[in-house]
Write a protein of this length. Sequence first.
Lengths: 559, 265
Amino acid sequence: MTLQINFDATWQDEFQNRIDNDGPWGNWDLFKLTIEVENQTVIPAFDGLQVDKHLSNLTPLPHQLEVAEQVVENMNGKAILADEVGLGKTIEAGLILKEYMIRGLVKKALILVPASLVSQWAIELNSKFFIPAVAQKKSYVWEQCDVVVSSIDTAKREPHRSLVFEQNYDLIIIDEAHKLKNNKTKNYEFVQSLKKKFCLLLTATPIQNRISEIFNLVSLLKPGHLGTETAFYEKYKKNARSLDDDEGLKELVNKVMIRNRRQDTGIEWTKRHVETVPIHFSKEERALYDAISSIHREGNWMTDSQFSLMTLQREACSSREAVFYTLRNMLKKQEQPSVAFQQKIEELIGLVENIQQNAKAQKALEIIQQINDKVIIFTEYRATQLFLQWFLKQHNITSVPFRGGFKRGKKDWMRELFQNHAQVLIATEAGGEGINLQFCSHIINFDLPWNPMRLEQRIGRIHRLGQKNDVHIYNFATKDTVEEHVLKLLYEKIHLFEKVIGELDDILTKLQFGNINDHLVDIFGHSASEGEMRIKMDNLTSMIEFAESVKEEDQHAAT
Amino acid sequence: MQQHEIHHFLLRYFHANQCKILENKPGYLVIQLTVELDKELMNRPFYWHYLEKTGGVAKPMELTLITNPSLAPDDIKGEVIHFGSPRLHQIFQSTKNLAGYIRLYENYEAPPGTQTALRPWLGLNLRISYQCDRKKDLFKSIGLHLINGQMVEQFHDKLLHLSLTPKIPDFSFTLSPFIKPNSGVMRVANFLQSEIEKEDHTWADEARIRWQKDLQLLERFYEDADEKGESFENEMAALQEQYEPQVHISIVNGGLFYLTDEAIS
């Protein structure tokens, strides 16, 4: 086949000009220097990385350089980077981007990240990689800047959308790509319609629940790599949870995905100290909790909203404010609430109003005063967050709030405030993702998420590369409540806490018998008695233990 | 490029541009920029615009470049220069811009009373890039005798042994070229093209195989769809950009060289 050879004629035109005008002619010394520069910057081989010669502010770790080399040399520049949280996926992506820029294969790059990370990405690319990345703030940025960092939510909206499509991007990087696991969403459709010459998808959790997620991710990157949608689901169960079930599929996925685990990297990590802090309800708090739980067992009261009743129980473990907020909403939602319903709610609100003290908040205060250093408090509830802010202020402790809904600038500002001025950052779940706070080494889990992956995301904010101290995690669990049950099950019986996310993955994907969350709803929502609850929980535990033992056998067999 | 090489390079760059070197110590340099170089490097068009409007006295900046932080004194404030720093690459680019075109004469000391004939050569330094989803480059320097059409490789290295001057030396005269300089450029281009065609193209074949594979996957992915639609076209175009093997030839710099018969052997 004939090879296309292009000759750049731009030099020539100007040459004729200079001859006709008898100059101006360049200086011989500079002419010679140019050739020396040329000999320094020419890259004589397809193989190998150039990027390490260009970095003076950064010493990449061996596993990061390996990833970069692998992506460029064997994966043709299209890959899912799925290292565990905290191993430096950003660095890996930066290395690849820089390598391509040095070689002249990438000029324009688009980096789509969660809004809270936009500035951080731009700063890191500039300071560590000397890549002139610009955070998209004005619409002219799309056309005038070569490397743009933006959130998907901004980019997919007009007037940005059309401008984005007009650009010819050589490389597209998408951070937190697990958010694109559902191919029916607008974000998915947007990313799908972008032209992807080279593309990197970054995620710490490529599969959270089912393998359909990996199908969607891979098809975004390399359509057809896993076949068509129908053929794929004929072959593999849509709801299967693990790649390990099928060697062929695993191999196929590994062609486009790289996943390093902490133990593979040979890096010494600072330790994690996990402490469960038992909380004892005050008499009034107990009364509220019991009242909610008893409705729960009456059964005929809003039968279809088991989940919201359990939500109420969990909220009662968090703060009276959280309960009050939900109760008020429940009442508002009903157009014509029955008298009984109204009475019940009012009764509960009465109990809420009886509560004078928050046992957890008292404990948190005690711990924060003791630590006398920066602390992050995570809570699932907005109302609790607001209460805690007020509460800490009463005790002269400076705090800043953080949540997913904040605009990018506000997030940066809050992070900055926390780093330089405040002792405590109070974050809600959505705020857990995507900010790096390794200057802090204490976390209080004021209430616990039921999905262990989310917990790992929380801890990953501080227990990552760059953390210099041992990390302390305090888990609050109220005695004799759902919270204690969950903690026992998830975090003590299986010691999930001590584990890092990779091992956790393995265990969870082994759970072929259903979604953990579904089981929990069933156990805590549908059990008629404490006894039934305990039995179901024991069953769940033994199934998990069984899954673990299978895994261990696998490992023995392999070694 | 080692740090001391960078130091040396910077010195020569600023010398060649008539800048005064205020300090040249181990690990750092202080340079008084000329107006031209300030405009070239410091990116402050508003200042220069303002000066032009008001007719004030131009004050080009002093530039402190630290080439080795461990050797430079701690109290020196300046830009740290290393191989990846944007400033160095700006200077690389500027070197190239300032010396893209040249005309030189050989400074040959002829015996008294004789006249020396200087023959026209076209000298071109080129970069050849082989590109698919990977890329590598090759540097070539080619000289073309503009009277007899003789072509010489490694032309630049040969020039380095000669004494060259921008003004025609006394008692020398130039012969007129038969080949027009621009058709000379085309001759060189055609020569390179035929050379490249003769090379081993395994890299390109392999890239085409990768391309083909991904194309097949793509077609399989869309085989169920009645209307393949825009996204299919889009993906097709992306694959072409990703893999299509191409060779790019570009001229780094070049010009006219008037040399004695003996100069190039």
